[in-house]
Design a protein around this ligand. Structure first.
Ligand SMILES: Cc1ncc(COP(=O)(O)O)c(C=O)c1O
Length: 320
């Protein structure tokens, strides 16, 4: 929903009459990397722009959006009369944990006056780590940012934030008069004027309470432990003859091949036997396992046991 709202603000800035009158017949477009999350396509459908008008920009060998390709696609679209609504840069892609190059993307957006939305649903919390915050270098150029506290930060679902650089833009895109509802004296204190839903939960409270409990230092330490677990897992995989690491992780996802077996079947067997609930993904044409080091409560020996279970299952599938 936060990506939806960020993209909506972009659409409304590119075409201020869209909200009132719908599309004027011109082709409206969004831009995102080919590694992006499916919520962008869904949002494009719901915003009346259409999933087919989400341009999937190529990514480099680490899964980061190729900014030169982005510039070319946008220029071609503008020459063809399209209305670019927003570029959605992913900060922490779901599969590889890649961070798109924000500074380069922002300069393309500035050149063509296009809204830059950053999808930091997964990777936004890296900003809370004193060193790894560099992963989001250039985030200050984004017009809006999605940041989930219910993933890496462990706040109970749902707790998703949308930050916007431009005061008033959100209300402009969302506000709807309803005399029977909005009767408060202090309108700026009423979040209903800036939200899609009418009735909703007080999700912000959970984040506030967690921040009170942990403080900035507590968040840093939580992230530090998650990064340590990711590094341990990547080292282990690199040294194992049974696995092949797809790439050293920049963030908290570790993707790896398991030799000699169908990874989908392996994941299913681990799940059914109750040994592990671990997902799979397609990376550059290969089915791979995808570990996400989000739980700081687990230890390196838990991870070691997980890998031993995977190897045992791998051996039994191969010898069956
Ligand atoms: C990069 C990215 N964006 C957006 C989302 C959507 O997150 P949610 O709907 O949980 O807020 C996810 C979920 O995995 C994600 O990885």
């Amino acid at each position: 929903m936060a990506n939806f709202v960020g993209m909506m603000m972009g659409r409304d800035r590119a075409n201020p009459s869209f909200r009132e009158h719908g599309s004027d017949g011109r082709q409206h477009t969004f831009y995102v990397s080919d590694q992006s999350h499916y919520s962008v396509d869904k949002a494009a459908a719901m915003l009346g722009v259409g999933r087919a008008n989400v341009r999937k920009i190529s990514s480099d060998n680490r899964g980061r959006m190729n900014a030169d390709d982005l510039a070319k696609v946008i220029e071609t679209d503008i020459a063809n009369g399209c209305v670019p609504c927003a570029v959605i840069a992913t900060c922490g892609t779901t599969v590889l944990g890649a961070f798109d190059p924000l500074k380069q993307i922002a300069s393309v957006c500035r050149k063509h006056d296009i809204w830059l939305h950053a999808d930091g649903a997964f990777g936004g919390p890296a900003l809370l780590h004193r060193q790894h915050r560099d992963l989001l270098d250039g985030i200050e150029y984004a017009d809006s940012l999605t940041w989930d506290a219910h993933k890496v930060m462990g706040v109970p679902l749902t707790c998703s934030m949308l930050l916007c650089q431009h005061q008033g833009k959100l209300s402009k895109s969302v506000q709807q008069d309803a005399e029977y509802l909005f009767q408060v004296d202090h309108e700026d204190l009423n979040p209903g004027l800036r939200s899609i839903q009418c009735g909703r939960r007080n999700d912000a409270f959970k984040l506030w309470a967690a921040w009170q409990a942990l403080g900035d230092n507590g968040w840093h330490q939580r992230l530090e432990q998650q990064f340590k677990l990711a590094t341990f897992a990547a080292d282990y995989i690199e040294q194992s003859p049974n696995f092949e690491l797809c790439q050293r992780p920049d963030y908290l996802t570790i993707c790896f091949k398991v030799y000699g077996v169908d990874v989908v079947e392996l994941c299913e067997q681990l799940h059914v036997s109750g040994e592990a609930l671990i997902g799979h993904a397609n990376v550059r044409g290969d089915q791979v396992m995808r570990l996400v080091a989000v739980n700081p409560e687990i230890s390196t020996s838990d991870l070691q046991r997980l890998f031993e279970n995977i190897v045992a299952k791998q051996t039994s599938i191969i010898s069956a």
